[in-house]
Design a protein around this ligand. Structure first.
Ligand code: HEC
Length: 400
């Protein structure tokens, strides 16, 4: 295993573990908040109580403010799960998308960028994205949250479209994910955690917390809440070339974002507080509708084809094998000759006839029905070759 592959694996593993802890915590606290039960016996500073059963005993949890003297010695914070997720995500971005000549970020068929220019655009977009978003919500968002919400969504969708015009499909999706992750991390460390520090300080001094800080923190926390499902989709999307390699990939991503955030919305409003919930039908039906938007977006848009590309004359195995040897085996071979891929990617090899035959449905999906392979069309496969390969597969991928 090469060093960069090892780093990829280690960072990915850490990223997943930390991500599950971060999102898991955040979901649990959201759920707790919405399920708190208020009763008259609770103290003036109490915001509600909840009983749960888990791992062999009962949990008796109360959400409350504290009197100055009551601040406990050990207070548990939940912030490093987020930081670890973000840092390991950035490390992955560097190892997978910036190294190796940024070949997973840039696709010359989308835009002819040099690696340096591509990486500079990617990093600047993260910085500018945070500055603009934070600026908007730290000033204007206080007074006009509705308008700021519409503007933020428009800017996010605009960025997705923009990324799809400069980066390869996979790069555009992951760039959107890193941007969202960066905004969420900024929200945690620049707004939510400072507001919690202010709460601790106010409790110590017996004063009141600046309400502006806590309102802003609440806003940012709601933003993070809505972004979780779309972000999780982006994390798994690079297993699905049909989504990110399509020429309307930005539209697919936007429909998944609308659907994903929509599902969260109906999960959020399910809990009315005080232990009351809406009837399941009133929530499940619209949530299923939002899931439908996401799935229909993927399904319908990914089926919009540019043209059908199957040759109308018979193509022999010899001809197909010839095309594969020229365009595919430079990477997909036991001994690749490509300057970047020194081992066959995902262990897919086309050295032997039965290897080609066995993979023919995937060859059709990746090189005939779409032009996702060869990777970045590095071996300059022509449209005619795709059509001929298509004919050989459609006729049964026979070996003679
Ligand atoms: C420059 C190197 C390169 C060339 C040339 C290349 N590929 Fe790939 N291939 C990759 C990489 C990288 C992956 C893994 C990433 C991915 O799946 O997008 C891959 C993955 C695949 C997969 C496995 C994933 C799946 O969807 O099942 C198939 C099949 C495939 N390529 C087919 C082809 C065919 C057919 C050709 C020739 C027409 C070809 N490739 C040419 C680099 C290359």
């Amino acid at each position: 295993m090469s060093l960069s592959e090892l780093l990829d694996l280690v960072f990915r593993w850490v990223h997943m573990i930390a991500g599950i802890m971060w999102i898991g915590n955040s979901m649990l606290f959201n759920w707790l908040d919405r399920n708190l039960e208020k009763s008259k016996d609770l103290s003036r500073l109490s915001q509600g109580k909840i009983y749960m059963v888990h791992s062999g005993a009962f949990y008796d949890v109360e959400k409350k403010l504290l009197e100055p003297g009551d601040l406990p010695k050990h207070l548990h914070w939940f912030k490093y799960q987020n930081l670890t997720t973000w840092l390991s995500g950035l490390a992955l971005m560097v190892v997978v998308y910036y190294l190796h000549g940024a070949s997973f970020l840039i696709d010359p068929r989308v835009a002819e960028l040099s690696p340096l220019v591509g990486i500079t655009i990617s990093v600047s977009a993260l910085l500018v994205g945070w500055i603009v978003y934070d600026g908007l919500w730290s000033s204007y968002g206080d007074r006009h949250p509705g308008v700021a919400t519409v503007l933020s969504i428009a800017m996010l969708f605009g960025s997705i479209y923009g990324f799809a015009q400069v980066f390869g499909g996979r790069g555009a999706f992951i760039q959107t994910g890193v941007l969202i992750g960066t905004l969420m991390t900024g929200n945690v460390w620049m707004s939510i955690v400072p507001s919690q520090h202010a709460l601790v300080a106010a409790t110590k001094s017996g004063g009141d917390q600046d309400p502006k800080l806590s309102i802003r923190a609440k806003q940012r926390s709601i933003h993070n809440n809505y972004l979780t499902f779309p972000l999780l989709f982006i994390m798994i999307s690079n297993h699905f070339p049909a989504t990110y390699q399509h020429h309307l990939n930005w539209l697919i991503l936007i429909s998944v974002m609308v659907g994903g955030a929509g599902i969260r919305h109906f999960m959020n409003i399910r809990y009315l507080g005080g232990g009351l919930v809406r009837p399941p039908g009133a929530v499940l039906a619209p949530a299923a509708g939002m899931a439908g938007i996401a799935i229909a977006g993927i399904l319908l848009i990914s089926h919009i084809k540019v043209e059908s590309k199957i040759a109308d004359y018979p193509v022999s195995y010899a001809k197909a094998a010839d095309i594969m040897a020229k365009r595919c085996t430079p990477c997909h071979s036991a001994a690749p000759t490509d300057d970047q891929f020194k081992v066959a990617p995902v262990n897919v090899r086309f050295d032997k006839p039965d290897e080609i035959q066995l993979m023919s449905p995937r060859i059709k999906a990746r090189a005939v029905d779409s032009d996702q392979m060869p990777f970045n069309n590095k071996t300059a496969m022509t449209a005619q070759e795709r059509a001929e390969l298509g004919r050989w597969i459609v006729d049964g991928a026979k070996l003679q």
